[in-house]
Design a protein around this ligand. Sequence first.
Ligand code: C2O
Ligand code: CU
Ligand code: CU
Length: 581
Amino acid sequence: MKKNIFLFLFLSLFSNIILVAQNALFIPDTLSGTTFNLNVQKGSKVFYPGFNTTTYGYNGAFLGPTLIMRKGDSVTLNVTNNLPAEKTTVHWHGLHVAAKNDGTPYQAIGVGETWRPSFKVRNNAATFWYHPHIHPKTEFQVGKGLAGMIIVRDSIEATYNLPRRYNVDDFPLIVQCRIFDVYHQIGVATHDDTTLMVNGTIDPYLKVPKQVVRFRLLNGSADRSYNFGLSTNANFYVIASDGGLLSKPYSTKRMVLSPGERAELLIDFSKDTIGQKTYLMSYASELPRGVIGADSVGTSTLIIQDGYYQNHLNGRNFNLLRFDVGAATANPVTTIPTAFAPVTPISASLVNENRSITFYPDTVTSGKQGYVDGPFLLNNDHFEMSKINITTYLNNVEIWTFTNKTMVAHPFHIHDIQFFVLDINGNPPPPELSGLKDVILVKPNDVVRVITKFETFADKDVPYMYHCHLLHHEDDGMMGTFVVLDTTKATGIPNKINLKNNLTVFQNFSSNELTINLLAEKRASSKIYIIDALGRKQMDIWEGNLQQGENNFKANIDKLSSGIYFVIATGDQLQWKKIVK
Ligand code: C2O
Ligand code: CU
Ligand code: CU
């Protein structure tokens, strides 16, 4: 490892010299309509002149086509795994789809197989993305090149005077940082990621028209956060967060995106002179400590490993993309809209469940070093394919509280839903985080509360995921599962229910009638029956789905011979009441 660091340093100096020549920014092709064919394939690409790098891509050597979908359309994706020897999955990050269509580790696609999810596009117009989610090789496969953008369009966004001509005045920018080894091959899971690229292009430039231009930014990096800004320090406008348009454009000079997050920006080049060159930069020197990409993670005595401090990008400002201003197009957009449809967070008064997810280091495995290097745990739990961590119910409105007890910032992501940030350490979210989100960066010691609703899809057998979007944290097990149950249907049989010492039985000795009352914390299924003193079942009373709150049942015990019995109600704790006939 030590020897490699010198070679990397040498290589990065060398590359800075040879790559002064800029490269035209690659713009992925688009696929649109209602059927999308994706081939996951192995390829090779020249990143460093004279060297072939082995890569993976969708329908090509590296990255994948931009999928353009319309809200309301029913789409089918035919995903064929043509990788020579490994399984993959494709996850539609941010899209609200059924768990079986979500492309998680539970929908692995074997070598040579085709996976065909079909779903209705339900999200608002926004920028999403797709990437592998195979456990524990997500970082490896994304690193090799598997990632692509999804643009959802809808009829509301279409009413605003916004740039939306792909590759004319609306550009995808997939920002990534990679590690190359001495053989010019892509490596994983170290902090030696010194090669920046946008859409797979190192040192890119883009000719932009002299007008208002839209950029769809995706941080597709394994762990680096960026603090976006312009080299002129001019303001730009954030118009959309992960899940869609904000209530209004937000004018700012800086915007942080952590891995997995997206934002849409407008930059007004209309007053620039033709030929002017401006850089999109990361002002990483201003990133708060603890965020990967900042100057420091940890403390003076506890230092993050694997070359973090040797990496010349950490804590330094750097260029990502050069804009070269050219002539305006026909029918340019020249103004910034003043407002969009108001985005109103779900009201906290509707909440019927609160959950806490606390990030801890696994100090059993790694001692104190775990605070900076992991592995990290969620509620002291480690991801296991066979475990369901959370059971929730269809139409539940929930507040999830994230508490970071580690020294590293973690971008937390929940599948299935979009959420609203309620507060960060008690303060309302800043404008760029006040729209729909599916990833939120939780810095060391932060407490972040989000509110969401689990709508549309229930499946008792197929879980969704929640996890840290730093890919090696995720691969190391900083991930959990949840199932959504519909208690009004057969899909709603939970594994366990929550009952709290709340079974009461009233016995009418003259009529032999039992009145049974069961107070349930949640909608959930239960069985109620009677056993005798030897534990043998004597009578079934009821089986079904409890309503939240009071549930009343009647039973007649005429048939039982005299003796001692117990009325049993099943739940996560068995409840019983003794009766005597
Ligand atoms: Cu973008 Cu579960 O991930
Ligand atoms: Cu996701
Ligand atoms: Cu993490």
